[in-house]
Design a protein. Sequence first.
Lengths: 161, 761, 285
Amino acid sequence: MSTQRVIHFQLNGEAIQVRVSAHDTLIDVLGDQCGLRGARESCGQGLCGCCTVYVDDKPVSGCLSLAWFVEGTSIRTIEGLAQNDCLDPVQNAFIEAGAFQCGFCTSGFIMMTKKLLEIDPNPSDETIRHYLIGNLCRCSAYPEIINAVHLAAQKLSSAQN
Amino acid sequence: MSHVSQTHQIGRSLPRLESLDKVTGRTEYIHHLRLPHMLHGKILRSTQPHAKIKSIDYSAAAALEGVYRVVTIDDIKTILPHPYYGPAFHDQPVLADGKVRFAGEPVAVVLASDRKIAEQALGLIDVRFEDLPAIYDEVEAAHSTTLVHDELKPAATFPDLQHLKGRRGTNIALDYRLRRGDVESAFKKADYIFEHQFRTQQVMHTPMEPFVSIADVANGYATLHTASQSPSFVRIEIARLLGWPENRVRVKVPFLGGGFGAKLYIKLEALVTALSLLVKRPVKISLTMEEQFFMVTRHPCTFDIKSGVTKDGRIIARECKVWWNGGAYADIGPRVTQKAGFTSAGPYDIENVSIDSYAVYTNRPPAGALRGFGAPQTAWAYESHMDLIAKELHLDPAQFRRKNILREGNLQASGTPMRDADIELAMDRVIDHLEWNKPYDRGTHLKRRGRGLAIGFKGITAPTTSVAIVNLYADGSCALYISTVDMGQGSDTVMAQIAGEILNIDAEKIKVIHPDTDVTPYDMGTLGSRSTFHMGTAVRLAAEDAQRKITELANELGLGPHSNLSLADMLKKKYGMQAGNIIGTGSYIPDYQKPDPSTGQSTKATPFWGVGASGAEVEVDMDTGEFTVLKLVNIADVGVPLNPQLVQAQLSGAGIMQYGFTITENMVFRDGQLTNGSLADYKIPSLLDMPKDYINETTKSYDQQGPFGGKGAGESTTIALSPAIGNAIADAIGVHIHDLPITPEVVFNAIKSARAKVGVS
Amino acid sequence: MSQLKIFDPKNLKEVFSIWQDDAHDARPLGGGTALMLMMKSQLYKPSALISLAQCDERFRGIERRGNSFSIGALTTFSELENNLQITTAFPIIAQTMHTLANPRVRNVATLGGNLAHADPHLDMPPVWCSLDAELHLIGPEGERHIKVMDLFAGYYETTLKPHELIMRVNLIAQDNWQRYYAKITTRSAHDWPALGLALGLKSNKGYCDDVRIILSAATDRPTRLYQTEKILRDQVLNAHTVAQCGDAAVQEAFISSDDRGSADYKYHLLRVYLQRRLMMLAGVL
């Protein structure tokens, strides 16, 4: 029997507590116990980005993170991006650019893109490709995704002005 | 409520109807579905490629706390007397039955409420094997006495395979043949004979949502929630396995997280059904990415191609021998063998053609449908072969193709005329993009540049049926009931556009009901670029039928032809309140003539042609063999693009996937064991792998038979892409690569061999 | 992986005490990414994990004294990448980070965990070696210092004593060195390298004052090519001497075949890339 404990953390701005086993990954807990389905386990090796969530504002692979260690942290998932029915500019950009097909990898791409644009508000194609190297899309919507990142950058900068 | 649209729906680059869900993480996939009282199943897989199962001791696993039950084929047989399935042959057991035929084959299942416990229990099961000789290569297996199956068992669903029933003593599951004219005489008359062999490797679709199915069987009814591209087929096959009528089996499919041909026919459905029937609880099996490599893959292929050519560059004879490595179970391999078979000689007008195409069993993971359905493997061969010939004859590769290309009205090797398939036009667009007729700077001796082009086509699986229902509700709002599966290609959106065009309703106002075989009518499957054409036509017919019924209602109510009463008001008039429906149905099966089994001849072997041409420019580091694809152009004929943005996404996406199959992807085996079955070691294209200059376009064309002039787009850019790159590399280094994938080491060795021939170190 | 215990010791003494207790069969955890991969693929099944998160402040922080840098082993790659002093003093670190895994891994993976994992395909270990970095180790028996080069005993094997932890990575910024890490992949761009080459060149008026040549990925551990370095030291830097270097490297290295390339091919890549990158670092191209 694995050790268990109740962990307390912020999930998309809401304080929650969940009973977890030592072996539970963060993606397991978010799916099984918190009812969230935006982040998904796909490759299981941290290579595809489908399980991307923010822990204390840093993108991590939920499939390689043990839930045990998110005690006291603040977690944000795709479900927490839109504010009051208002989509995040990155989400809007992805829709406008048609930057998804089956959508399974999309949450991960959006979460990483949002973080990229915080670090570099006007990234070049090269910067985008390198930053999103850990996000795989088998439908291969890559050209559209690059367009979406540029579009999101534009939206964010005009929102600021 | 008026839904009258002000614009045409066809030709709109409408964003996908489900966009909001996809960017907020709300999309429904089977991946995250949970049912009350559900058990998770984890599969124990064979470690041996070919062996008898001597014993399975799962006592320790069953005793592990939290394990509900461990199941083997013996348990399955108590509830399903004949637990074998498959679309072409009923050769695949629900769990290994006395024997395993590939390393990775399911042998037992552990059921538990906690999937981690189920996984842990796998390590406690002890299976004893007695190894048997194994065979892995398709050509060897075709001639070998090491047999994978004792007897062929054709499925009833494919009546043209019945002649194979009872066949024994061979690994050849199907041999397809096409004969036209007299190749032997023609070879004698030819001025030149060229013979080459080309090979393609085993690859896997790796959809980001791995295979997942849930069965809930209780009280004589079965419900399957499954990530499947072919819900109607699943219903039929599961009903057959259970011995039940179709109306007791319900199959539901939401969105798929990718399909690409993997999630077709039966994958996990038979297993979860058997398990649920056994334990009387819902059972879910969800594969890991690693396990996907053992579910279904793409056929490796060896293609021997021989052409007889005249002095002036006319191909007068072509002989094709194609061996398809189908792995341990046939899946849809026999169809690949036939459908890629009849186009194996390429899009060329050749008087004398002989094709022998063999589906071969080996002890590898099964091969099935993968985007392109065999066309990419055959195009790799015939287009590389064309360039080799052109080089020998000192002909420009484009000119050589032009001398021989199939044009409108020409009879293809099967005898079916080319219609609405302007391959030359596609090639011309590639030529424009590559500036083919301008002199080309081939770089320096250290960094050589090259360019290449290729063309290809494919025939569509036929004949197949699609049925659609349009349902207008009491307030005039509209729903479309179809069993086409949206796996990212945007079928929901396009089908809504087609219905909306007829009904004069904005597509985004139409609700597309997802496959639920209790509700949505029959569709053969979402595969092989057929949906736009077949289901699109069925939808059009259904919408037209609904339109007729609205007119009938208007007449019934005594309304004149110029009445502008809305449907909602008409229904209110008829029923006295908000009530009723207008239901239109449409069903479509294209014309088809079954090919003659000994000659492969048919006047209508395909309802439409898939057409693609590609061009590439590469730069090769002559010291290391490393190369960069500087420019990649794909031109596809999709008829009229019904939704240009979605078509663009299909062309581009299919191209990048095929790019992976050309350069970075390869399932590597040692003694029958897969050594690289995970994304850490099996490399699919990433953002950094995409060619910088990547162009995808459609030709201006119109398919006479297709809905609003449109036809399929999902596979067109997979066909000619690999040989375009291969030909470009050959142009740079002076030597052709014959086997995929093209890796830097392969190029390096080719450069070395070219230099050795010339006597240069 | 369904029987697991996690310990959250409050100090180093507790870490060692839990770790030394064989009954626990415990293993300390850095960022956990590599360990999680091994546990998920059932390659390694510890019964317990020991979190180092609270153990000791000496495992954290980046300190500088003049040209000397001391980096806590629990520093993440992201923290390293975003430290301007580090990236200014050691541009090779910034250059390597650019293609190291992906940002999510870099947010979590720690220097210490990465080194202790001893996977020969990793990017940073050969780079640390080329920088002559040292490790400050701490165990129940006490502390010691070793060169990073001496950490690796073989494939996934270190020379760490039982229950020894990497506490700090120390290195000195040196003038007049040109450095580069060549991550040579042969399949897709996001792959383990077939060959890793961490190079350092100190040149003076066209002569090689000093050089570091560390080979990784194609070998079972980061391997310094001492003989090859000797060939180049004090020589004029030109195509001829660099070519001799390439010859020597191919003789000195021991490379085996794998899915990323045959041994022959990798030897060839070693020769070509060593020559090219040395010429680049020498400013002669």
